[in-house]
Design a protein around this ligand. Structure first.
Ligand SMILES: Cc1ncc(C[n+]2csc(CCOP(=O)(O)OP(=O)(O)O)c2C)c(N)n1
Ligand SMILES: [Mg+2]
Length: 340
């Protein structure tokens, strides 16, 4: 299903990767549906917690972006390196982060995977290959290329993937990285979650190029634009890019067209877009799409309801756990920090 363009100058979700009819079996898609719903409910719960004043600092959700993360987690190995932006809850949960500890981290509680010191914008867990989210637009991209270079030098089979937004494309470091990654044929995948907004600014106002996958062609890099809201298409594109990377064929750039259904961050007044635009995008959002795909394949509404009920319970338990969890000891303020 291809969505109409928001505006003539905004790219639509056309798939440069052949539309897969059945790349994944229903048995493979069901846990992906579960994970997409879990991510959705964790983030909706976090928005409620933010509204009630329980979250300090900025929090960005990826409601509407879930297919990118879940497709990635299914296509890659757990030891493959991953770096992402401040909008990184979905990648981390999809890679297997415990929702209890993830919510604790956002609330600044002691059981958080970074002892509550990183918060929403700094999700990290090397045991899941998560080498760090980054609050600086574009900064995580050369990090992933560096990890890919290390893997190449060591001669192991690991690859790296990095996620970034459309707004990152104009950072100079991106282009330095694209050039070196292609020159050195690094085993890295560049995945652009093009949600067509950079904070409150639509892409049409900032970019002279509407198809972002074309940028890296100047560096001779393989690139494609896909419908980033179809988890099967995302899986297919990342699987193929991973196979190329592992075969020593170098990097791939994937532009996944998506849409952020919630604000740029918690508390965003969203005066820069209309409720009609958001409503129109709900027809193309990844969870609804996967739901329909599963129904079309003969899965019953009852079975999907059961999955959702289990997830609701798990997320409620995680929220309750995090609310009850202890704050870090005051002495922790001086541990794990850089001292000159
Ligand atoms: C180097 C830098 N410049 C500006 C900012 C402020 N900033 C935070 S998020 C953001 C928008 C980035 O948009 P995009 O890359 O499209 O990602 P999205 O938020 O849409 O996922 C900006 C400009 C920043 N964090 N870092
Ligand atoms: Mg964006």
């Amino acid at each position: 299903m291809t969505e109409p363009s928001l505006k003539a100058s905004v790219p639509s979700a056309k798939a440069a990767v052949a539309e897969p009819t059945a790349v994944l079996s229903t048995e493979q898609l069901l846990p992906m549906y579960r994970m997409m719903f879990l991510i959705r409910r964790v983030e909706e719960s976090l928005l409620e917690l933010a509204e009630s004043g329980k979250i300090g600092g900025a929090m960005h959700t990826a409601i509407g972006h879930e297919a990118a993360a879940v497709g990635m987690a299914a296509a890659l190995r757990k030891e493959d390196y991953l770096t992402c932006t401040y909008r990184g809850h979905h990648h981390s949960l999809a890679r297997g982060m415990d929702p209890k500890r993830a919510i604790c981290e956002v609330l600044g509680k002691a059981p958080g995977f970074a002892k509550g010191k990183g918060g929403s914008m700094h999700f990290v867990d090397p045991s899941l290959g998560l080498m760090g989210a980054n609050g600086i637009v574009g900064a995580q991209v050369p990090h992933a290329a560096g990890m890919a270079l290390a893997a190449k030098i060591r001669g192991d089979d690991r690859i790296a993937i990095t996620f970034f937004g459309d707004g990152a494309m104009y950072q100079g470091v991106m282009h330095e990285t694209f050039n070196m990654a292609q020159k050195w044929k690094l085993p890295v995948i560049f995945y652009c979650e093009n949600n067509r907004y950079s904070e409150m600014t639509p892409i049409a106002r900032t970019s002279s190029v509407s198809d972002l996958y074309l940028f890296v062609r100047a560096y001779g890099m393989e690139s494609m634009q896909i419908d980033g809201n179809d988890v099967e298409i995302v899986y297919d594109a990342i699987s193929k890019a991973a196979a190329r990377a592992r075969a020593g064929e170098g990097p791939t750039f994937i532009e996944g067209i998506t849409y952020r259904l919630a604000g740029h961050m918690a508390g965003d007044l969203e005066t820069y877009r209309t409720p009609e635009e958001i409503e129109m995008q709900r027809a193309y959002e990844p969870l609804a799409r996967l739901h329909q795909k599963l129904l079309d394949r003969g899965v019953s509404e009852e079975e999907l309801n059961k999955i959702r009920a289990e997830v609701e319970e798990e997320v409620q338990e995680a929220v309750d756990y995090a609310l009850e969890a202890p704050w870090p000891d005051i002495a922790e303020a001086y541990t794990d920090v850089y001292k000159a």
